[in-house]
Design a protein around this ligand. Structure first.
Ligand SMILES: NC(=O)c1ccc[n+]([C@@H]2O[C@H](COP(=O)([O-])OP(=O)(O)OC[C@H]3O[C@@H](n4cnc5c(N)ncnc54)[C@H](O)[C@@H]3O)[C@@H](O)[C@H]2O)c1
Ligand SMILES: CC(C)=CCC/C(C)=C/C=C/C(C)=C/C=C/C(C)=C/C=C/C=C(C)/C=C/C=C(C)/C=C/C=C(\C)CCC=C(C)C
Length: 605
């Protein structure tokens, strides 16, 4: 079932008439106020699919997911609460997977929730857009935690909480690595097959390889033994310690550790250690010595345990179903609702103000914007609490991505081409350098419905810093995008797909500026990375903040970047907020004790 819900490009939207040239657009539509930020080509494409009436979006409800956009209210927000009374139990700012999970989990507990999204569809970096018959995933397409097994399948569980499920397509190879020294390794779904392949490349390191991945399984099995809820809620946490002491102590032991240090205990070959760096780079955009062991283990094992599964119709369906489920469970969802300020009263967060001047009030405010955006833009930077200053010392913004979304003739892909590839041809040292490591997803290998017959989708992305794209004239910006994209495509042509350039039928390039604008992420960052060597996950903040009534959710909270990671963040956040609102059991004395203990833990990071 293909998604027929229209969408504007986010990451891939930097088309020739995008961003920098939009001022010249002759399309001063009658609704230009509402969508003035959209480039002409996108408006035109959208016109074909979608009609605007007043301030409401009407969508062709061709599938269940699409109903979310219809059911969601885009009408002006009521200002009932201006007098100071709380209209809602929780206002959630942003409909990334983190925000959606937090909102849905609260709604199913009976809380009055409103989810405010700046954009016109849900999902943030896990959304989708359509062009010329192609349905592109905005971000990449590797979904962890999306099986029917165990307790760690948080994407499946988040959907199930609102009565949803999606048809899944099994991905037989999580990623095919093409690395320096012609090192080719496929991460097969079957763990033993992967291990045999890796050992065949490093036979002298068999014992070390087995020992390292065994530790990862030990951590993963501990995670999988727990019911995953808020680590900031003492009744739950102590309950888990009581029920699963070994699992909890194992996790406590590995919490401050990094994958690179553990790998070095067992392996010596520098190329093998560099391979482990590449494994971790996918998880964290940094090397193994700066990747928490818990996060690395989660990814290195889940891909074999539940396996990587792709949702039929594209990744965007996950957000659509969650959004639909939220509305069905009594939640409110408003698109084109750009929060510009978190409102404070007597030191407590009490509501939000939107860019159109409207205000909304609630008992709690949950921000799915990054912590940089939340504490420097939505709140006054000069009022930043010490805890956030500490976070900014420990973590900095990761680079953003340059994204190339392409449509290609099917014959350019050799028979049996896998869905996901990571390419770094020459030097291991370039792994973290901008534009060097190429990520490539070809979701049409799994789901042909995403492209017209005889075509495939290539989503190519590579790290890039926003500074590289600032201060250019519109013409230079466009020229630079095409030049950088040409170079990357030529590299793929040389390594994987001869004739790729000529086989291209569609191409759109997005830069870090595109990410910043359409995902509302400071500098277009992909998420936080440690400023130095971290103590595993110890320094990562949870969901509560130093501001009473304000919570954060998403990838600048524990445990960090990744769809499953932010789904966990949403699950934890909803649990803590529900306890604070009286929808779950709580004990105020224990709450205080645990919160002081966790704050002290963080000082050790
Ligand atoms: N595994 C994969 O293949 C894959 C693919 C895509 C994304 N991801 C992960 O998803 C993670 C991000 O998820 P997330 O939940 O943290 O958030 P997100 O950045 O995806 O979504 C945040 C949402 O909040 C909205 N928003 C921000 N500020 C706002 C404001 N002031 N007012 C209204 N709306 C606002 C944005 O428009 C966006 O929709 C990334 O870390 C990335 O790792 C992974
Ligand atoms: C209290 C305290 C503190 C403590 C105590 C102890 C305990 C109990 C502990 C516990 C803990 C826990 C539970 C934890 C948990 C965690 C988790 C869940 C985690 C998760 C993670 C995940 C992740 C990180 C993921 C990620 C992913 C990603 C990022 C992905 C990406 C992808 C991509 C980029 C794609 C690629 C592509 C190609 C190759 C093409």
């Amino acid at each position: 079932m293909a998604i027929s819900n229209p969408h504007f490009s986010t990451l891939g939207l930097a088309s020739p008439i995008c961003e920098s040239s939009r001022k010249k657009s002759p399309l001063s539509c009658s609704f230009s106020k509402t969508i003035a930020h959209l480039p002409q080509q996108l408006c035109a494409a959208t016109f074909q699919l979608q009609s605007f009436e007043g301030n409401s979006i009407h969508t062709r409800a061709c599938d269940r997911g699409a109903r979310a956009a219809v059911a969601a209210d885009t009408s002006p927000i009521s200002t009932k609460g201006v007098s100071g009374t709380e209209e809602y139990d929780a206002i959630v700012i942003g409909s990334g997977i983190g925000g959606l999970v937090a909102a849905t989990q609260l709604a199913v507990r009976g809380a009055r929730v409103v989810l405010l999204e700046k954009y016109v569809v849900p999902g943030g970096s896990s959304s989708y857009f359509q062009r010329d018959g192609y349905t592109f995933d905005v971000g990449s397409s590797v979904m962890f935690g999306f099986s029917d097994k165990g307790s760690i399948n948080l994407v499946t569980k988040s959907l199930a909480a609102v009565g949803r499920s999606l048809e899944l397509i099994e991905d037989p190879v999580t990623v095919h690595y093409h690395l320096p020294g012609d090192l080719s390794v496929q991460v097969h779904r079957e763990y033993d097959k992967f291990l045999v392949e890796l050992i065949s490349r490093f036979p002298h390191e068999e014992v070390g390889i087995r020992a390292f991945y065994d530790v990862a399984w030990q951590v993963f099995n501990s995670l999988n033994a727990l019911e995953l809820k808020s680590l900031e809620e003492p009744l739950y946490l102590f309950g888990q310690f009581f029920k699963n002491p070994v699992a909890c102590l194992t996790l406590a032991y590995y919490l401050p550790q990094n994958a690179g240090d553990i790998a070095r205990k067992y392996m010596k070959d520098p190329n093998l250690l560099a391979f482990i760096d590449a494994e971790c780079f996918i998880v964290s955009t940094v090397d193994a010595c700066r990747t928490p062991m818990i996060n690395a283990s989660m990814v290195m094992c889940d891909r074999h345990y539940g396996g990587i599964n792709y949702p039929k119709g594209g990744v965007g369906r996950i957000a659509l179903e969650l959004a639909d489920g939220l509305v069905e469970h009594g939640g409110h969802l408003k698109y084109k609702a750009n929060v510009t300020q978190i409102l404070m009263k007597d030191g407590k967060a009490v509501g939000v103000q939107l860019s159109n001047g409207e205000t909304l009030y609630a008992k709690t405010v949950i921000s799915n914007a990054t912590r940089w955006d939340t504490f420097q833009k939505l709140l006054k930077a000069e009022d930043m609490p010490q805890e956030e200053k500490n976070f900014q010392k420990l973590y900095r913004k990761s680079p953003s991505f340059l994204s190339i979304h392409m449509g290609v003739k099917a014959e350019v892909l050799p028979h049996g081409t896998e869905c996901h590839h990571l390419v770094l041809e020459d030097e291991w040292l370039k792994l973290e350098e901008p534009y060097q490591t190429i990520f490539l997803s070809i979701p049409t290998v799994l789901d042909t419905s995403l492209a017209p017959p005889g075509r495939h989708i290539l989503h190519i992305f590579t790290t890039a810093w926003i500074d590289d794209w600032q201060g250019l004239s519109p013409a230079d910006y466009e020229a630079k995008k095409e030049a950088v994209a040409d170079k990357i495509v030529s590299r793929l042509e040389a390594t994987l797909f001869p004739g790729l350039k000529d086989a291209t039928t569609f191409r759109e390039v997005g830069t870090p500026k595109t990410h910043r604008r359409y995902l509302a992420r400071d500098d277009g960052t992909y998420g936080p990375i440690p400023a130095g060597k971290p103590k595993g996950l110890l320094g990562m903040p949870f969901n509560t903040t130093a501001v009473e009534g304000l919570y954060c959710v998403g990838d600048s909270c524990f445990p960090g970047q990744g769809v499953i990671a932010v789904a966990f963040s949403g699950t934890m956040c909803a649990h803590r907020v529900a306890a604070d609102l009286g929808f779950e059991k709580r004990n105020a004395v224990l709450d205080k004790g645990l919160s002081s203990l966790l704050a002290w833990f963080r000082t050790l990071a």
